[in-house]
Each structure stands twice: as structure tokens, then as C-alpha cells.
Design a protein around this ligand. Structure first.
Ligand code: GDP
Ligand code: MN
Length: 390
């Protein structure tokens, strides 16, 4: 799960990481009032969306008076920002964060993530703050410094100190860098983050270190341990298809193809997506319907798949391990009848009571194409989506 910059900064502050003072605003008048309350000669008005690259896209503006802050907010609020991270449709700005301006001497980069290849945390730092780290990695890889932290040992100050000197920081700033990383690392562990990124971490003219931007991703599977983090979810920022799936407890990921998929088991679902590609098609979604797929669940899954107007065919691929294929077949036919399904349906049932299941499909009087093998299912679904089915 992602959160907004203002939420990330509140968390950073809780863990002792220095952040600028700021206030949230949803109208230009609130932004003006926020600038007045902050009372600094310069404030920064920042679009709050779940994507970086806002600065270059016009979503970050400096204001030298409350009136300018109001003006900046009126320009940013309601605009659709297009950045390399928003996707082609962009993201609509509904909130701005008004922050005390900082005088910047230097912009650095700092992030913590988990490096699965070495089974350790990675603390990544660079002198090239403000730029996208992928770009630095491509053009100046020697400017990226990494230390690994063994989970059983934990972070040691000497590691942070070495990283500070790698960045060329003078000793007085290295002394501030060490507790900065400590706070970030404590936050990372305490809240089950998957990634925290401070870009830029600035050195101010008067020698302080401040997190000027903050991006935090949380491990969804650990959210049950952190209701206070789960509460920060912003439904406006989520794919509407995925939001609907979340509400009915289905594991769904929206994709950009035209074959809707309903599969049980994540592994089989992934294999199904691969097979569709292999057969020359393109899936509209990943959907793991889980173990027990009764009529209601199948109906909800169909409805969800059909919310996506690109869908031209649906492929149901169920392996009856614990579930029985005849029950699945009853669920599929009942749901298809109730929804008056109008897109072609290809169904592959394998496993427990598969032949009984297929008989139910054949006797249903519905236009359902049965497939036996995974490849056949892929080929039939691709043909159906192209409108080439017999
Ligand atoms: P992003 O573009 O979405 O990553 O947004 P950032 O929060 O990183 O802001 C983009 C850029 O705006 C930063 O790299 C800074 O150069 C600039 N910026 C942000 N806040 C301030 C500030 O308080 N003072 C000054 N002078 N520049 C700022
Ligand atoms: Mn940034």
C-alpha cells in the first residue's frame, strides 16, 4: 500500500526524522491560511498524489506570500498531473500540502528496501538527490552507495557513518546522518514497510538534514498488524477495478488486455496469463477466486471482470483440488444465466468431478466453450476475444 507524502512525513516525524513543518489544504483559501499559519517567508505548495515526478510536471510550486500560496493551490488543485509514475491517464490532484520552504545547499538520495537476492535490508544513498534513482543507476552507477543490513544483527552506526563518508559529507553532517538513518530504519521495521525513499534528503544552507520528500510503501500482507496504517488508504488513488475487488475480498490485479480471467489459485492464475500471451492474446486481469467458488462468488467475479469495458471474452480456469468441479460448473452456469452474460465464455475444468462438471456446462444451454488442456483454453479464449469463434 502507498500513502501520500503528507502522511509519510507525519510518520517520519514520529520516528525522529526531521521534516519541514506543513499543513494539508483542499481549497486555495485553506492553502492561504496554511501559509499564514506557517509564517515562513517562502512556502512550498505540493500536489498530493501517489506518484513521484510532481516537480517537473508542475505539481510543486514555491510561494513567497499567502496570496501566492493561494494562487499556486488554485493552479494545482483539480489539475490532472502526468508524470512518468502516473500512467498515461494521469492523476487528479485533490489535496495540496503547504510546507515551510527550505533553503537548499545540497540534495541527496536515501532509501531503504529489502534485497531478496542477499536476504538483507539495503540502505541506498546517492549524492544525486532530486533525480530519479533509476536514471542515476543507468548513467552514474558509481554514484550509488549501498550497505546491507543483516536482519539478525540490525543496523550498526558504523554502517551509516561509512555511508555518510561515501557521500562526501563532512563529519558534522555525518553526525546528523547517523540518527537520520536510524529513525528511518526504525520506521521501516516498526511499520512493516517494503520501501522508504527520501528524495531529496536536503542539506540546508545552515547545515541541517531534512527529508524534503517522503515515499513509503507498506507490505499489504502485514497491514493487519497496523490498523493505523491501513486507515491511511486513499481509495481515490486506487484502480477502481481493484478497489471493487478489495471490497469483496477477491485477489484482482487489473491489466490492459481484453481477456477476462477467473482462476483458482495464484500459481494457476499466473500460468493462465502466460498461456494467453503464448497464444497471442492479452489478459485483462489477474483474478484468484480462491478455494471455494460458489455461485455468489463466481457472480461477483464475473461482475468485476465485466466492469472492465475492454473485456471481449472470459476464460474460467479451475482446478478442482479441494473444490468439486460439478459445484463450480453449477456456479458458473447459474451466474452466467443471472447476469445474462453476453461475452463468449471459455471454461476449463480439471480435477475432482471434472467430467460431471463438463456435462453440466454442456447441458446448460448456454454458449460455453469447454476446454480440456491449458493450451486449448488459451487458444479458444484468444480466438473468442478476436471474435473468431465458431
Ligand atoms: P517529486 O518531484 O514528486 O519527487 O517532488 P519533491 O517533493 O521531490 O519536490 C521536487 C523538487 O522541488 C525537489 O527536488 C526540490 O528541488 C524542489 N523543492 C521542494 N521543496 C522545496 C523547498 O522547500 N525549497 C526549494 N528551494 N525547493 C524545493
Ligand atoms: Mn521527490
Amino acid at each position: 500500500m502507498n500513502v501520500h507524502e503528507y502522511q509519510a512525513k507525519a510518520l517520519l516525524g514520529e520516528f525522529g526524522v526531521p521534516v519541514p513543518e506543513g499543513l494539508l489544504a483542499t481549497t486555495p483559501a485553506e492553502a492561504e491560511q496554511a501559509a499564514r499559519t506557517l509564517g515562513t517567508p517562502v512556502v512550498v505548495v505540493k500536489a498530493q498524489i501517489h506518484a513521484g515526478g510532481r516537480g517537473k510536471a508542475g505539481g510543486v510550486k514555491l510561494a513567497k506570500s499567502p496570496a501566492e500560496a493561494q494562487q499556486a493551490a488554485s493552479e494545482i488543485l483539480g489539475m490532472t498531473l502526468h508524470t512518468p509514475q502516473t500512467g498515461p491517464e494521469g492523476k487528479c490532484v485533490r489535496k495540496v500540502y503547504v510546507e515551510a520552504g527550505s533553503s537548499i545547499a545540497d540534495e541527496l538520495y536515501l532509501a531503504i528496501l529489502f534485497d531478496r537476492a542477499v536476504e538483507r535490508f539495503a540502505i541506498v544513498a546517492s549524492t544525486e538527490g532530486g533525480m530519479e534513482i533509476e536514471e542515476v543507476a543507468a548513467t552514474n552507477p558509481e554514484k550509488i552507495h549501498t550497505v546491507h543490513v543483516e536482519p539478525n544483527v540490525g543496523l550498526r552506526d558504523h554502517q551509516s557513518r561509512a555511508l555518510g563518508y561515501d557521500l562526501g559529507l563532512p563529519t558534522e553532517q555525518v553526525d546528523k546522518f547517523i540518527p537520520f538513518i536510524r529513525g528511518l530504519f526504525d520506521l521501516y521495521l516498526a511499520k512493516d514497510c517494503s520501501q522508504v525513499e527520501i528524495n531529496p534528503l536536503v542539506v540546508t544552507e545552515d547545515g541541517r538534514l531534512i527529508a524534503l520528500d517522503g515515499k513509503i510503501n507498506f507490505d499489504d500482507n502485514a497491514l493487519y498488524r497496523h490498523p493505523e496504517i491501513a486507515e491511511l488508504r486513499d481509495p481515490d488513488e486506487e484502480d477502481p477495478r481493484e478497489r471493487a475487488a478489495n471490497e469483496i475480498d477477491l485477489a484482482y490485479v487489473g491489466l490492459d488486455g481484453n481477456i477476462g480471467c477467473m482462476v483458482n489459485g495464484a500459481g494457476l492464475a499466473m500460468a493462465t496469463l502466460d498461456m494467453i500471451h503464448y497464444c497471442g492474446g492479452s489478459p485483462a486481469n489477474f483474478l484468484d477466486a480462491g478455494g471455494g467458488a460458489d455461485k455468489e462468488k463466481v457472480k461477483e467475479a464475473f461482475k468485476l471482470i465485466l466492469r472492465d469495458e475492454n473485456v471481449r471474452a472470459i476464460l474460467v480456469n479451475i482446478f478442482g483440488g479441494i473444490v468439486r468441479c460439478d459445484l463450480i460448473a453449477q456456479g458458473v452456469t447459474a451466474a452466467a444465466k443471472e447476469l445474462k452474460l453476453s461475452v463468449p465464455l471459455v471454461v476449463r475444468l480439471q480435477g475432482t468431478m471434472a467430467s460431471e462438471g463438463r456435462a453440466i456446462l454442456a447441458d446448460s444451454g448456454l454458449d460455453i466453450t469447454a476446454a480440456e488442456t491449458l493450451q486449448q483454453a488459451g487458444e479458444l479464449a484468444v480466438a473468442a476475444a478476436k471474435g473468431g469463434m465458431a
